[in-house]
Design a protein around this ligand. Structure first.
Ligand code: F6P
Length: 496
């Protein structure tokens, strides 16, 4: 049986583990490599915390279990819920809508019904685990209805929500048939965090335009009835990585040796360019390959001198837009390799796999130029990992203006991925940059990445939640005691 006494409950679509077997009721798992998992790992390690999420497999009912000191509470999803809530509404409606409609969002009423039902299940699971007055931190676009559902079930909780992906401008969000319900869901939180100030501003504009709540500043109030006005903060908390651990990993002898090996395996070219992405249409992989292909065609790069390694990890493979993207990318890579590759000199090394962190760190060390060319990206933690890995102050980062990371990583060579000519010049500038210039830029990048790490991010979010939660709690208690003066205010936090 699970205990309902956790002071911190994290809720995300996926649990931070991949289940490898459930033989005899015993769960075997491995830590999963996703961005959110890496980001929250240090927060969870020592806290009295539970993590509520889906196991990643359809139709799998599991009891809560302990994983390296974190109490994990699996929320089951049937195969049809995976199809309609996860692949459908989350990744074929919200994902494209929130990423500038790069792909057309599909609006299906049946998907919306399942999204609502699954959000309610997550809210109930979290409500059952949270101690009185606990903090609950809800993550990402798959669970936007959870804050309000949870507040209905447990008004004593301090509820935070963090959106890992962009929040769209009003003119796009307006398309969503269920726009009002999504905003009402989010407004159940005390703190609503976004990656960039522009995302927070987009959200506040949508709230002001569509709900009647005036959300013109970072802090605004919603009327909760009986004269109680709850304060909400909607602002930017740019996420980061565990920079010190990543930097230390990349300094390991074994990783540095592997980086050398990788360069040798690639035929020791003068320049190694690298792209590392989930195979997602938001990442600008086609634009990047197009620019690189034109440089090959123009003869401004040659396969013996320069090579591009593209790691494209499999993602959301049942969604049609992702299947089409894979076909396009693989066709493009095949065509360019056929046209420009030579025996022993491949133009583009395309790897449709995920790799462990140590191999990623070795790839970053082996790469002279890192290409992050997203068309829209909440943050992009790959850019930050590359910087953290380069304590040797080598390597050049080419970074899209359309990533959250662009706000902070101003030492990068900035590109507009839609401007293919501009991107070709940026690729060449990065390839031919002097060691002094690389050092100067990398120092600037590292100052940001090494100090703004994930611990700072989570502390900043959770301390904002704590102080706003306390303000709101005091406000609601004073309204209650004014309504019935004989009743003394009672803290909802047992034993605190
Ligand atoms: O960046 C958004 C996000 O949903 C992350 O939370 C997650 O790690 C990543 O995309 C991969 O998504 P999925 O869980 O759909 O594979």
């Amino acid at each position: 049986m699970s205990k309902a006494v956790f002071d911190l409950v994290v809720i995300s679509n996926r649990l931070p583990v991949d289940i490898t077997s459930t033989d005899g009721g015993e769960v075997s798992w491995t830590r999963s490599p996703g961005g959110l998992v890496t980001a929250l790992d240090p927060v969870m390690r020592d806290a009295d915390a539970a993590w509520v999420g889906w196991s990643g497999a359809p139709d799998l009912e599991l009891e809560p279990f302990d994983a390296d000191g974190t109490f994990l509470v699996p929320v089951p999803l049937s195969a049809s819920e995976v199809s309609e809530y996860y692949e459908g509404f989350s990744n074929d409606t919200l994902w494209p809508l929130y990423h500038d409609v790069i792909a057309p969002p599909a609006f299906h009423r049946a998907w919306w019904d399942v999204y609502r039902r699954v959000n309610a299940r997550f809210a109930e699971a979290a409500a059952a685990q949270a101690a009185p007055g606990a903090k609950v931190w809800v993550h990402d676009y798959q669970l936007q209805l959870v804050p309000a559902l949870l507040r209905q079930l447990r008004p004593d909780l301090e509820i935070g929500f963090f959106n890992h992906i962009p929040f769209p401008p009003y003119e796009l969000f307006q398309q969503l048939p269920w726009r009002r319900q999504i905003l009402d869901g989010l407004l159940g939180a005390d703190v609503i965090g976004f990656q960039r100030p522009t995302d927070a501003a987009n959200f506040r504009r949508c709230v002001t335009a569509l709900t009647g709540v005036k959300a013109r500043t970072e802090k605004f109030t919603v009327h909760e009835g009986e004269g109680y006005n709850r304060t909400i903060q909607a602002s930017a908390f740019p996420i980061s990585i565990d920079s010190k651990s990543f930097s230390a990993l990349a300094r390991k002898k074994s990783v540095r040796r592997r980086a050398q090996e990788i360069r040798e395996e690639l035929g020791n070219p003068r320049v190694v360019m690298l792209g590392v992405d989930r195979l997602d249409y938001t990442k600008g992989i086609r634009h990047r390959i197009k620019a690189y292909g034109e440089l090959l065609e123009d003869g401004r790069v040659t396969p013996g001198d320069c090579t591009l390694v593209q790691v494209a990890s499999p993602s959301r493979e049942n969604v049609e837009a992702y299947q089409e993207l894979r076909e396009h990318v693989e066709l493009l890579v095949g065509r360019l390799n056929g046209e420009y590759g030579q025996l022993g000199h491949t133009a583009i090394h395309y790897l449709h796999h995920s790799y462990p962190q140590a191999e990623m760190a070795a790839l970053y060390l082996a790469a002279d130029v890192m290409l992050v060319t997203s068309l829209r990206d909440g943050m992009n933690l790959v850019a930050k990992e590359y910087v953290a890995a380069r304590s040797d102050l080598g390597g050049a980062l080419v970074l899209s203006e359309f990533t959250g990371a662009a706000d902070e990583l101003t030492g990068a060579i900035m590109v507009n991925p839609h401007d293919i000519d501009g991107m070709k010049e940026a690729l060449l500038d990065a390839a031919n940059m002097t060691p002094d210039e690389r050092r100067r830029r990398m120092l600037r990048l590292r100052r940001k990445v090494m100090s703004n790490d994930v611990t700072r991010w989570s502390k900043s979010f959770l301390s904002t939640l704590e102080s706003l939660g306390a303000t709101n709690h005091t406000a609601s208690q004073s309204v209650r005691s004014a309504a019935s003066p004989l009743e003394a205010p009672v803290s909802p936090v047992a034993g605190k």
